[in-house]
Design a protein around this ligand. Structure first.
Ligand SMILES: NC(=O)c1ccc[n+]([C@@H]2O[C@H](COP(=O)([O-])OP(=O)(O)OC[C@H]3O[C@@H](n4cnc5c(N)ncnc54)[C@H](O)[C@@H]3O)[C@@H](O)[C@H]2O)c1
Length: 256
């Protein structure tokens, strides 16, 4: 029970990696706000809330668009009204367009950056506003974990907007960690490599899978729970004196 009496918001928690993080947090005793535009998992299967409640965990669903300030504000307000605090914010929701520089329209750029960069800015800003009102426990008022990607540190083939948004997430993580450390805010990122979530579409295009396998030294691709375990560590009291870090969970992709 590494997160007992802690309240966490996980954005994009209806599907894939966000769902695994929400479930992992609930297994460790957290009150989890499953925050997403929809409750329907992209990869199919049970809804996150049903899965958590089936093993006796505590969770609520909040409909949220991370690109809309009022929506983010309302989700944090709901967490505090329902559970009394916001201890952990996981900014996980993201989208892509699978387009190169020349193919990307202004509208596509704005849409992706609106979720992947502005959405994380809103999530961090609203979380820090709330966390600064809370008493510190062992010097910590709250913990933020942003989900970045190896794409953003190295090129994201054929997704300029996605990679640019992810680079922004890594930068924001460092700056927030530095600016608010003295006030007890811990801010880290986790960078997944290729994670098989079960969804279809471009994520499992045979060329993308072949590229990912060729880049990954570990003899399998990633699972959502690989990422969830790393996020859990950074969200827990076990992560001390660690802030501004971008932890790769990539089977060695970036070491290769
Ligand atoms: N799967 C991978 O291989 C991989 C690799 C590197 C990084 N990541 C990152 O991990 C995170 C999760 O990836 P995933 O593969 O599980 O994604 P996914 O597409 O399976 O799930 C994303 C979830 O976010 C939600 N979402 C999208 N836009 C939203 C918005 N505006 N407001 C609220 N919710 C919104 C979707 O409804 C969905 O439930 C993302 O940040 C992604 O960039 C994934």
């Amino acid at each position: 029970m590494r997160l007992e009496n802690r309240t966490a918001i996980v954005t994009g928690a209806a599907s894939g990696i966000g769902k695994a993080i929400a479930v992992r947090f609930a297994e460790e005793g957290a009150n989890v706000i499953v925050a997403d535009r929809t409750e329907v998992p992209r990869e199919g299967g049970e809804k996150t809330l049903d899965l958590i409640r089936a093993f006796g965990g505590t969770a609520e669903f909040v409909e949220l668009d991370v690109a809309d300030w009022n929506s983010v504000d309302a989700a944090v307000g709901f967490a505090v009204a329902r559970f009394g605090a916001l201890d952990i914010m996981v900014n996980n929701a993201a989208i892509g367009v699978s387009k190169s520089l020349l193919e990307t329209s202004e509208e596509e750029w704005d849409r992706v950056m609106g979720v992947n960069a502005k959405g994380v800015f809103f999530g961090c800003k609203r979380a820090v506003q709330q966390m600064l009102t809370q008493p510190a426990r062992d010097g910590v008022r709250g913990r933020i974990v942003n989900i970045s990607s190896q794409h953003g540190m190295i090129r994201s083939p054929n997704d300029l907007a996605y990679g640019t948004g992810k680079a922004a997430v890594v930068y924001m993580t460092r700056q927030i960690a530095g600016d608010y450390a003295a006030e007890g805010i811990v801010c880290n990122a986790v960078a997944p490599g290729k994670i098989l979530t079960g969804k279809s579409g471009p994520a499992v295009d045979p060329d993308i899978l072949a590229y990912s396998e060729a880049r990954t030294p570990w003899p399998r691709l990633g699972r959502p729970r690989d990422v969830a375990n790393a996020v859990l560590f950074l969200a827990s009291d076990e992560a001390t004196y660690i802030t501004g870090e971008n932890l790769m969970v990539d089977g060695g992709w970036m070491a290769n």
